[in-house]
Design a protein around this ligand. Structure first.
Ligand code: ATP
Length: 623
């Protein structure tokens, strides 16, 4: 795993490496700009030198020299600004390009990892990595990288130059700088500092992830107030963030303050040392001029050094962010076959499938499917029924290869789904789940997701067959209505019908339905049923339904309990057996008649005709 992460980190560097030319140009111009900004100080030094040379007879001062250095100072300043502009442009262009490539790489990768990764990784965490960590890289490359280069190069060049002018004063400058950096390094190179910083990152991530949960769980928060789970965990996360931020502040306050004070008052060390040296040789004019130059340049030395301190903090963020990006990129993706095989038929077969969501060394390890074998014949409806938690949805998601089985094989038309490749598999299978996700896009585009090539007419045709054309037409902007905009949200039943329209448009030979009518009201359910009747025509259907009445006509009913198949047959065969299915059927009927009884009681005072009508409708829905 470590080796893999390293490889992926190299991948990040490789992306940055593709923009090497631009980054190098940015750094060179940044150094050039900083050096040019120093030129006016040198010009002032030369002017002072000229003035001092003519101190005794002002007429001896060469005015042309003064003007010359004045012009040099001005031109240097303008050139510094131009260099800064060019460097900034290069670094920004490089940064945004790297940012784009990194985001595309991350989102491509995230789309290819198995679903298991998404269930164990919080959406807040992933969002933070794709947004914040990548954004920081942009900031780092666009702003900090040129700054770092110049903040390191300028002090080195300046100190070298000052050593050439007067090594004694240069040493006096160098000592406090070295001490300042040593104090800084002690905090962050030490285990305590590193550990505190890791905890800080973790606390920030927790806060982010629980923040997302908190917003999502708003209905529960409204109902249960401060007792709601998402509120409590968010509150705890905010509390731990505060604690760790305080701890880091306490660790850093003295070294940071010391560094800041020392580096920003370097002249305090230069002045007494200069006075001391000058007192040893009074009247030494050239030393006096050198001392003036030191005093002029010292603040220019402090600025990049202080910048380094702030950049240092940003750099740690980048290193941590990069680790996270590398960890996402190193997640294994769903293995694709070298030469995908196309099935010639669309019957489904589960052969001795064993599956657990967690790895055997995990403390949450639990075998979910123990030995599942069954066949669903092409063009027929196979229903999965059984007690809650038995493994029905797991079986359906394994067919879609959301996870890979640990033992056994799943085949479509005799071809193992691993050998089909994701694209072929997705072409072969459509699914309608109870939780329909609609994208922030127009209704038309949401339906067209089923088939990108479909024209307007085909979309409308699918919507009509899925019984959603009517309600779409009633919306102000019809098919152009953007979901989520201006308060346009669809009911659960309407969203399900959109999902059915999508599946109709896709027209895949295999269909997986999971509780498609679970939350719909009577009117919606009738329409959903109509849509489903259209959808299942001629398809191999794998349907999960709690309400046994819906699947009574299925060609095969598979009863799943505790991860294995306990019964299999048609409705009548299973009833004759008198096993688990029969018990479930009896329970289902009594629940149905209880509901019917309640409805009848409620309608007790209604006219006979109305009552009879309602009874008939209720029976149709429940049977
Ligand atoms: N993503 C997951 N990670 C870990 N365990 C899971 C996951 N999804 C389901 N499980 C567990 O797998 C077992 C089977 O769940 P599954 O949803 O397949 O059952 P089900 O028969 O479809 O139940 P229901 O009828 O209530 O939907 C349960 O114990 C469940 O807790």
């Amino acid at each position: 795993m470590a080796a893999k992460e390293e490889r992926q980190a190299e991948g990040l560097l490789r992306i940055a490496g593709q923009k090497k030319g631009l980054l190098l140009t940015a750094s060179i111009f940044s150094i050039l700009s900083s050096l040019l900004q120093l030129a006016p100080f040198y010009a002032v030094y030369r002017i002072v030198e000229e003035v001092m040379a003519g101190a005794r007879s002002p007429s001896a001062v060469d005015g042309d020299v003064l003007v010359y250095w004045g012009v040099v100072a001005f031109v240097a300043l303008v050139a510094a600004l131009v260099a800064l502009y060019i460097g900034g442009m290069c670094s920004h262009i490089a940064a945004f390009d790297i940012l784009y490539r990194l985001r595309v790489k991350l989102t491509d990768h995230v789309a290819c990892v198995p679903m298991g990764y998404h269930t164990r990784t919080s959406k807040g965490e992933l969002k933070k990595i794709i947004e914040v960590s990548v954004e920081r890289i942009e900031k780092f490359i666009a702003h900090q990288l040129p700054d770092i280069v110049s903040a390191i190069a300028i002090p080195l060049l300046l100190i070298g130059y000052l050593f050439g002018l007067d090594w004694r004063l240069a040493v006096v400058l160098l000592v406090p700088i070295v001490v300042g950096f040593w104090i800084q390094a002690r905090i962050f190179a030490g285990e305590a500092g590193q550990e505190a910083y890791r905890s800080y990152q973790y606390a920030m991530e927790e806060m982010n992830a629980t923040g997302v949960e908190y917003v999502r769980g708003m209905p529960a928060v409204k109902i249960f107030g401060i007792k709601a789970e998402s509120f409590l965990t968010f509150k705890q996360a905010v509390g731990s963030y505060r604690d760790i931020a305080m701890r880091i502040t306490m660790i850093c306050k003295t070294p940071y303050s010391l560094f800041f004070v020392i580096v920003s008052s370097l002249f305090v060390f230069v002045v007494p040392a200069g006075v001391l040296i000058a007192s040893g040789s009074p009247g030494n004019q050239s030393f006096a001029i050198t001392l003036i130059l030191f005093l002029l340049i010292t603040p220019s030395l402090s600025v990049p050094l202080l910048k380094l301190m702030y950049i240092g903090g940003g750099l740690r963020d980048i290193v941590e962010g990069n680790k996270r990006i590398a960890a996402v990129l190193s997640e294994p993706i769903v293995q694709e076959p070298d030469s995908p095989r196309a099935p010639l038929a669309y019957g489904i077969e589960f052969r001795g499938v064993r599956f657990a969501y967690e790895k055997p060394d995990s403390k949450h390890y639990k075998q979910v499917l123990t030995d599942v074998s069954f066949s669903a014949r092409e063009g027929e409806m196979t229903a999965l029924v059984g007690p809650s938690g038995g493994g029905k949805s797991t079986i359906a998601s394994l067919l879609l290869r959301f996870w890979d089985v640990q033992e056994g094989e799943i085949l479509i038309g005799g071809v193992p789904i691993r050998e089909m490749g994701t694209d072929r598999l997705m072409d072969a299978v459509s699914f309608v789940f109870q939780d329909v996700h609609l994208f922030y896009d127009t209704i038309e585009e949401n339906i067209r997701m089923g088939n990108r090539e479909a024209g307007r007419e085909q979309v409308i045709e699918a919507a009509k067959r899925a019984s959603c054309h009517e309600f779409i037409e009633k919306l102000e902007h019809g098919y152009e209505t953007r979901i989520g905009e201006g308060g346009t949200y669809l009911s659960g039943g309407e969203a399900q019908r959109i999902a059915i329209a999508r599946a109709l448009l896709k027209d895949a030979p295999i269909l997986v339905l999971d509780e498609a009518t679970a939350y719909a009201d009577a009117e919606n359910e009738r329409k959903i049923q109509q849509g489903l009747i259209e959808l299942v025509k001629g398809k191999t259907v794998l349907i999960i339904a709690h309400r046994l009445s819906t699947i009574r006509m299925a060609e095969q009913i598979v009863v799943v309990r505790d991860g294995s198949i306990v019964e299999r047959g048609t409705h009548d065969e299973l009833r004759d057996k008198g096993g688990l299915y029969e018990q479930m059927w009896v329970a289902h009927r009594s629940a149905a008649s209880w509901k019917l009884g309640k409805r009848n009681a409620a309608a007790g005072t209604a006219e006979d005709a109305t009552k009879n009508g309602r009874e008939v409708r209720a029976r149709v829905l429940l049977d």
